[in-house]
Write a new protein. Structure first.
Length: 123
């Protein structure tokens, strides 16, 4: 049996600001934006090439805005990822090298923390 993680809720204080950040700056695909009721707005965003999406919105999680850390994406080229984020105005760290990969880190406008990793060579 396959168990696939396909959606992670990311708590934000301003849905439109967060959607703009993830789509216009980070480059996520805007999959859905549905207002179900006055208490529920569901926005689904997916990083290019990812099988897992995030959801932001109103009424999708009780977690406080900015409380999610440790979200991680993997890329083939960390230098290109850093350039992409920096050129789009994301406050991204310099590339950091560790034995388990090369990383950059950034946060969304609420402070939800992201890591971007280039896996080490398997040579």
């Amino acid at each position: 049996m396959d168990w696939k993680l396909e959606l992670v809720a990311v708590p934000v204080s301003d849905v439109d600001r967060a959607k703009s950040f993830y789509v216009d700056r980070v480059g996520f695909n805007p999959d859905h934006d549905h207002v179900v009721s006055d208490e529920l707005r569901f926005v689904q965003l997916t990083p290019p090439g990812s099988a897992c999406s995030i959801t932001i919105g109103t009424g999708v999680t009780d977690a406080p805005p900015g409380s999610v850390t440790g979200l991680q994406m993997v890329v083939a080229d960390i230098a290109a990822a850093h350039k992409h984020l920096a050129e789009r105005g994301v406050d991204v760290t310099d590339v950091q090298d560790y034995p388990w990969g090369r990383f950059v880190f950034f946060a969304d406008p609420d402070g939800n923390g992201w890591a971007v990793q280039e896996l080490p060579s398997r040579d």
